[in-house]
Design a binder for this molecule. Structure first.
Ligand SMILES: [Zn+2]
Length: 76
């Protein structure tokens, strides 16, 4: 990972500390703190995207399950 210029950041809990990495864990509340606030937003968007894909997979699997397993039994 590329080293960054040490920068002072403030966590949501109010704890202030210096980081030289893109992501760091707050020593007080153990929540992730980002070097760049924009990155935090980007990370949140990524999380929503992952949830979307996950929901899609679950829906697809449910569909497959109903089509292949439940429907043949129903036709008897
Ligand atoms: Zn904190």
């Amino acid at each position: 990972m590329k080293k960054l210029t040490p920068k002072e950041v403030q966590c949501d809990c109010g704890h202030t500390f210096t980081i030289d990495r893109r992501r760091y864990w707050c020593e007080k509340c153990a929540s992730p703190v980002y070097y760049d606030l924009k990155e935090k937003k980007h990370h949140k968007n990524n999380t929503i995207y992952v949830y979307g894909v996950f929901l899609g997979v679950i829906t697809f699997l449910t569909y497959i399950f109903v089509e292949l397993i439940v429907t043949p039994y129903m036709s008897f």
